[in-house]
Design a protein around this ligand. Structure first.
Ligand SMILES: [Zn+2]
Length: 82
């Protein structure tokens, strides 16, 4: 199976928010299991998002929260370009 880490990372956010159809989610999980780099990225993003989510309630205005998330997503893509 050819594996493009960038393609998988593009799906990460959608997967985490439950936005992928079940068959695509399964394919995503299979690829994740095969690729250490993607798993690491997934873990890192998961922890970061958990931290962001836990702050969301009152501490961060919605607009700021949105920008923080898009910042995190961009950072992730930059890492892949390096
Ligand atoms: Zn990968």
């Amino acid at each position: 199976m050819t594996h493009n880490c960038r393609d998988l990372i593009d799906l990460l956010t959608e997967y985490m928010e439950g936005g992928l159809p079940p068959d695509r989610a399964r394919a995503f999980e299979a690829e994740l299991a095969d690729c250490g780099a993607c798993r690491e990225m997934f873990d890192t993003l998961g922890k970061t998002r958990a931290a962001v989510e836990s702050l969301r309630c009152d501490a961060i205005p919605a607009d700021c929260h949105r920008r923080l998330r898009s910042f995190l997503d961009r950072g992730l893509h930059r890492q892949l370009d390096a």
